[in-house]
Design a protein around this ligand. Structure first.
Ligand SMILES: Nc1ncnc2c1ncn2[C@@H]1O[C@H](COP(=O)(O)OP(=O)(O)O)[C@@H](O)[C@H]1O
Ligand SMILES: N[C@@H](CCC(=O)OP(=O)(O)O)C(=O)O
Length: 376
């Protein structure tokens, strides 16, 4: 295979790292720390430097299968895979805990959790909190309850969604292959690696084949889908060989040997564009002059004290227009509270939220991270 040179890894503060089954379980074998150890060391060093890492780990099904190897179990159907995932999930988490300097928190997510705005926001709040208390979240798909038509099916796509969910600046995909190649290198050993992809065109997509192993799921196709999803959110993706100790060590020196997928737009631009242009309902919140002033400054959240009234029947997590006293839409954002709650909170202080509602999703009606100003 052709040589692949090192290149600079983009600067990052918060990353999602996805580790595939191929790195945690040998074909047909049980879990092994052989490759996970170096990856855990990289994660630990990054955390020690003040960076934040979310791990998306596969390997539950492979681990479960290996545990039952001695017994004849029918292979292949959904219920069997779900049972194997349930069996292998705890050992997979235990493996990471044995290698991590920080406490490990298990997070299981389904497609439903990520499609439903309310649960999406709750998952995000939990993950942010886990990072704030300096533990290592280890995420996997909740295979045991996910039914086929609602399964994300592969952790590459899950990792990309999680990267957008936690506002990561980088998605790292550790696989058993050095890079994206022009064709599956297991079939064509002379094919060249691609160090940089600026856009995932249909031509790039056509290079990808399926998994080359028994334990892997999606192959290169799902990795490209993941890189595409991340890019749409303004996040770069780095694909590298997690079996290569030198490659993993170099990540700690901000050097990448693999394929770097760069987004066409920054994270901020992508998010702002989405907030400003995503279809909303007829939901709006009218604010007073003081709040309009604060929002004009650029970094403020919308607090209940500045809210005058809410129009429309919106729910927590929905997109709302923020309207100033002159009736102009000055911002759009994701509302932390539903319309009924916003009406009850209008004009109140944030510290009263719990008393008024009996619960609180935080002091802001619209958090500044979820707010984009309309330029006048
Ligand atoms: N164009 C390609 N470039 C690189 N690898 C490819 C390509 N097409 C298919 N593959 C296969 O994708 C595999 C990695 O995916 P997969 O087996 O799902 O692993 P993981 O468990 O890391 O997700 C590689 O080992 C390789 O055989
Ligand atoms: N959720 C499954 C893994 C699914 C998956 O995407 O696997 P892989 O292609 O190896 O990353 C498990 O834990 O076995």
């Amino acid at each position: 295979m052709a040589e692949l040179a090192f290149q600079p890894l983009p600067a990052w503060h918060r990353a999602v790292i996805k580790v595939g089954s191929n790195l945690l379980a040998a074909d047909g074998g049980g879990l092994t720390p052989v490759y996970a150890r170096a990856l855990a060391a990289f994660i630990g060093d990054s955390q020690a430097q003040g960076r934040e890492v979310v791990l998306v780990s596969s390997g539950a099904v492979a681990a479960g299968r290996a545990l039952l190897r001695e017994r004849a179990v029918p292979a292949g159907d959904l219920a069997e895979r779900q049972a194997l995932a349930a069996l292998g999930q705890a050992p997979m988490i235990a493996l990471w805990q044995s290698l991590s300097t920080r406490a490990v928190a298990q997070v299981l997510l389904t497609h439903d959790d990520l499609r439903n705005r309310r649960r999406y926001l709750n998952a995000r709040a939990t993950l942010r909190q886990l990072l704030a208390i300096e533990v290592l979240p280890v995420i996997n798909e909740n295979d045991t309850v996910a039914v086929d038509e609602l399964k994300l099916g592969d952790n590459d796509n899950l990792a990309a969604i999680v990267a957008a969910l936690v506002d990561a600046d980088l998605l790292l995909i550790a696989s058993d292959i050095d890079a994206l190649y022009r064709a599956d290198p297991r079939r064509d050993p002379d094919v060249a690696p691609i160090p940089h992809v600026a856009e995932i065109t249909p031509e790039v997509m056509a290079m990808a084949g399926g998994s080359g192993s028994v334990v892997g799921t999606g192959g290169m196709r799902t990795k490209l889908q993941a890189a595409q999803k991340a890019a749409a959110a303004g996040i770069a993706t780095a694909l590298f060989n997690g079996r290569d100790a030198e490659t993993v060590r170099a990540l700690g020196e901000e050097r990448l040997r693999g394929t770097l997928f760069t987004p066409g737009q920054s994270r901020m631009q992508a998010r702002k564009y989405w907030l400003l242009h995503a279809p909303g309902g007829n939901a709006s919140i009218r604010i007073d002059a003081g709040a309009a002033n604060a929002l004009a400054g650029g970094r403020a959240s919308l607090l209940p004290g500045g809210v005058v009234e809410a129009t429309g029947d919106f729910h927590r997590g929905d997109l709302v227009d923020v309207v100033d006293p002159d009736g102009r839409v000055v911002a759009r954002g994701l509302c932390q509270y539903g319309a009924v709650d916003v009406r009850r909170l209008a004009g109140r202080h944030s510290r009263d939220i719990d008393g008024v509602l009996g619960y609180s999703y935080g002091p802001a009606i619209v958090h500044r991270d979820d707010l984009a100003r309309v330029s006048s």
